[in-house]
Write a protein that binds this ligand. Structure first.
Ligand SMILES: Cc1cc2nc3c(=O)[nH]c(=O)nc-3n(C[C@H](O)[C@H](O)[C@H](O)COP(=O)(O)OP(=O)(O)OC[C@H]3O[C@@H](n4cnc5c(N)ncnc54)[C@H](O)[C@@H]3O)c2cc1C
Length: 381
């Protein structure tokens, strides 16, 4: 009997394997991963200094432990090079593996800015444990870090690195941090609180060039300003990893297109996690992965199950300014109603009839998270 093959050992790949095993202990299972195959929580990469974790202590389980836990074969450091859906086969270089079902849990890739300058190739980004190990080795003994991008990941790294004693500068084309998640009042509070722990902002501008300057770099901005830094971290966003699926002829939109049963456009091929677009939704966060894993685990065990998503607020790991966001599905469907105090901003996104469609809470207002979440409509009912 051919195995169920899962490509990817991130939260999506390993969690669907765990969910399958709760219901089916027998089906042969093969997990293939291009990376180390250690089981770790990716969100912990952007607050590892605060939580006193290192690349060595971040994995909750080492790759060697996973076959025993999952009753599966696990092949780390193994890259799948092609998929042949008609033959139910994948290729790993010259090797061919036949699957009964194929699960694509491929994750996302960093968006790379077209940067110029003699040190443009020294810009780092973090989207895996291996990336993080490289980053930590690079910043060790250094003092100043420029972060490109004031979105969720950029702000989290800014807080974490600043707390660890680094001099942090953040650059973003937007005029406030978390521009897509917070109305201006919430962005202003987050900006001020991060400033209070030493973060410097360069907002409303972009990076024009990164050039070598001694052991570090000189960052030149589009507005003409320039400053020196030891290390540059790019956190300008992620996009679903779709090349493998596209080459196999699967339907791709923003991500690998799947229905509510997480089925892609070829028989016996499914996708979930950061690589997938579920009924038009690309949601690169942990909670959607947990819901999708449960549904797909059941489906693979022979109980076809559609995924549903409740409201899933995201906690932004900026302890300098506690922040929780539940962005509205459609930013045109309502307006923000903002109540701001000294250390707190409560922003409710309401439709014309006053129905709550989303929220953004900063500071003390985060205490209202549970009560407000109950009022939100499901993301996918
Ligand atoms: C720094 C950071 C902080 C975050 N913080 C939060 C947070 O606070 N809250 C939250 O909800 N979300 C957060 N996220 C997002 C969340 O971590 C991701 O949504 C989630 O981890 C994605 O899991 P995944 O399994 O889909 O992808 P990944 O973890 O990227 O796993 C993809 C896997 O596929 C493998 N792979 C890819 N291509 C191939 C191939 N051709 N052959 C073999 N293997 C392949 C990779 O090696 C990897 O094992 C954060 C993300 C980052 C980067």
């Amino acid at each position: 009997m051919h195995p169920i093959v899962i490509i990817g050992s991130g939260l999506a790949g390993y969690n669907v394997a765990r969910e399958l095993r709760k219901l089916d202990k027998q089906a042969p299972l093969l997990v293939i991963s291009a990376d180390s195959g250690h089981y770790y929580s990716k969100p912990m990469l952007s607050n590892a200094f605060t939580t006193k974790k290192t690349p060595e202590t971040l994995p909750m389980n080492k790759a060697e432990q996973m076959p025993g836990q999952l009753s599966a074969t696990v092949r780390p450091h193994t890259r799948v090079t092609a998929i042949d859906p008609a033959a139910h086969q994948i290729r790993i270089g010259d090797e061919t593996v036949t699957y009964s079902k194929l699960v694509l849990a491929l994750g996302a890739e960093q968006i790379r800015l077209p940067l110029t300058g003699s040190a443009a190739d020294r810009v780092l980004s973090v989207n895996s444990l291996d990336d993080y190990a490289r980053f930590r080795a690079t910043v060790d003994g250094k003092h100043s870090i420029a972060v490109i991008g004031a979105g969720l990941i950029g702000c989290e790294f800014a807080n974490d690195l600043s707390g660890a004693g680094y001099k942090v500068s953040v650059i973003d084309i937007a005029s406030q941090p978390l521009p897509r998640l917070l109305p201006p009042e919430g962005g202003a509070l987050l900006k001020r609180k991060l400033e209070s722990i030493g973060v410097t902002w360069h907002l409303g501008t972009s990076v024009a060039a990164i050039d070598t300057r001694g052991d570090g770099v000189r960052v030149t901005l589009a507005n003409g300003d320039a400053f020196d830094a030891d290390v540059v971290l790019s956190a300008v966003g992620l996009k679903p990893l779709t090349a493998l699926a596209r080459a196999a002829g699967l339907k791709i939109n923003r991500g690998i297109v799947v229905n509510r049963h997480l089925e892609a456009s070829a028989p016996d091929v499914c996708a979930l996690g950061d690589c997938a677009e579920v009924e038009g939704l690309v949601l690169p966060f942990v909670m959607p992965i947990m819901h999708a894993s449960r549904a797909l685990g059941a489906t693979l065990a022979g109980k076809p199950t559609a995924v549903t998503y409740p409201a899933m607020p995201v906690l932004v790991k900026t302890p300098a300014c506690p922040t929780i966001v539940s962005p509205p599905a459609d930013p045109a469907a309502g307006t923000w109603e903002v109540t701001a105090a000294e250390d707190s901003v409560k922003s409710l996104f309401l439709d014309a009839k006053g129905k709550l469609l989303g929220f953004a809470l900063n500071g003390k207002a985060t205490e209202e998270r549970a009560a407000l979440t109950k009022q939100l409509p499901p993301v996918l009912g």
